[in-house]
Design a binder for this molecule. Sequence first.
Ligand SMILES: [Zn+2]
Length: 111
Amino acid sequence: MQRFLELKREFQHLECFCKGTVLRRMVKCGKDYCACRDDPAKRHGPYFEWTYKAKGKTVNVKLTPEAMPVYRAASQEYRKLKLLLNSLERLSQTVLRHQAKMPQSTSRDGS
Ligand SMILES: [Zn+2]
């Protein structure tokens, strides 16, 4: 239970978060005469995009250079939150089994 309380306390240090990832893209402009057409090193950018899934669809949001670090930090924070949540859930399972005096289960379904 001590470990559970410790982990629970970490929620207080959470910053704003968002799911998804921030991608760095080098793009071709599509113009015939531009060097980017044949040379990957001459592509334009980098451009940044925040991409996430909503209702089964991938959503891409273009980010300005100022917005990029904000969203990158927020998506890292989201990963931290998920790890924290997973740890708490595993710990909860153990504690609940004890409280309910359930036998040790051999397998867990779900994710
Ligand atoms: Zn170009």
